[in-house]
Ligand binder design. Structure first.
Ligand code: SF4
Ligand code: SF4
Ligand code: SF4
Length: 272
């Protein structure tokens, strides 16, 4: 039973969030939403402990498709970065602002970029592409993310400053068009750079939040130096080019780790 303590803990953390938000916001949606996400993640952890090799993908599909189809398309909630700016400007702590606070701003202080490995609906599709392990060295074009980040802020700020009417409808269409663009650019870059996660490394504006917060993450994949034989397999299979054998926070590409655990699965000595 002890080996299942992590998934049980995950359910309890998400239930605490679910019940707190349900009672404070007086909206039962939060109880359903965070219970569903917590159970999905716990199921993935349970399957991982049982050594089921597609455990992470199951969670990614359960959470990613729920957020894209149910929250985005059916409930008309723009969970992309434009939706976050929109709710921030309206001063409402709802939907996208809660989502960003939990998954992308404060949550990463605990679980790092777990969002990117287990829940993101963009990566959910990109991870089906053929280049799971990057086939080319990393490019020095990560600055593009800051331009995309600034453009998203300018776009929403302009709507408010210009007093454009029916912004909610514009936000819905921004969600549809934005997602279509993300998928198109992500797929083109994956094939151009032979790297499924090229979009995450160079374009995604959400990493402007995720990277600095995950630097301080409590959860980190660590290397047991007494077992490691420096074979380099972990670095070769890492989709994000992390030097996971270095246990310091300053390790190479440390804020890129998406907790996929490919390194641990492939370590011949069980050092990770
Ligand atoms: S970097 Fe962006 S696109 Fe990639 S998984 Fe994270 S949130 Fe999704
Ligand atoms: S795969 Fe394991 S043994 Fe090889 S370098 Fe990485 S941690 Fe060390
Ligand atoms: S392979 Fe290991 S170091 Fe690389 S992203 Fe996955 S968990 Fe992080």
């Amino acid at each position: 039973m002890k080996k299942y303590s992590a998934p049980i803990m995950m359910i309890l953390i998400f239930e605490a969030i679910a019940i707190t938000l349900w009672l404070t916001k007086d909206n039962i949606f939060y109880l359903f939403n965070f219970s569903y996400i917590g159970c999905s993640i716990a199921l993935g952890m349970f399957l991982f402990i049982r050594r089921y090799k597609h455990a992470r993908r199951i969670v990614q599909l359960l959470v990613g498709s729920y957020m894209l189809v149910y929250l985005g398309l059916i409930c008309n909630e723009n969970m992309q970065i434009e939706g976050f700016w929109y709710y921030l400007f309206t001063g409402v702590f709802e939907a996208a602002t809660i989502h960003y606070a939990v998954a992308k701003i404060f949550g990463p202080l605990i679980f790092g970029r777990g969002w990117c490995g287990y829940a993101c609906w963009t990566a959910m599709v990109l991870d089906f592409l053929p280049y799971k392990v990057p086939q080319q060295p990393r490019k020095k074009i990560g600055w593009i993310r800051y331009i995309v980040f600034a453009l998203s802020l300018v776009f929403v700020a302009t709507l408010f400053l210009a007093h454009v009417g029916n912004i909610e409808k514009i936000m819905f269409w921004a969600f549809i068009i934005g997602n279509a663009l993300y998928y198109a650019v992500g797929i083109i870059l994956a094939f151009a750079f032979k790297d499924n996660r090229a979009f995450c490394k160079y374009i995604c504006p959400i990493t402007v939040f995720l990277k600095p917060m995950s630097y301080f993450a409590l959860m980190m994949v660590k290397c047991d130096k007494t077992k490691c034989i420096s074979c380099g397999k972990c670095k070769r299979v890492c989709p994000m080019d992390v030097d996971v054998t270095d246990n310091s926070r300053k390790r190479k590409n440390g804020t890129e780790c998406i907790h996929c655990l490919e390194c641990a699965k492939n370590c011949p000595k069980g050092a990770l």
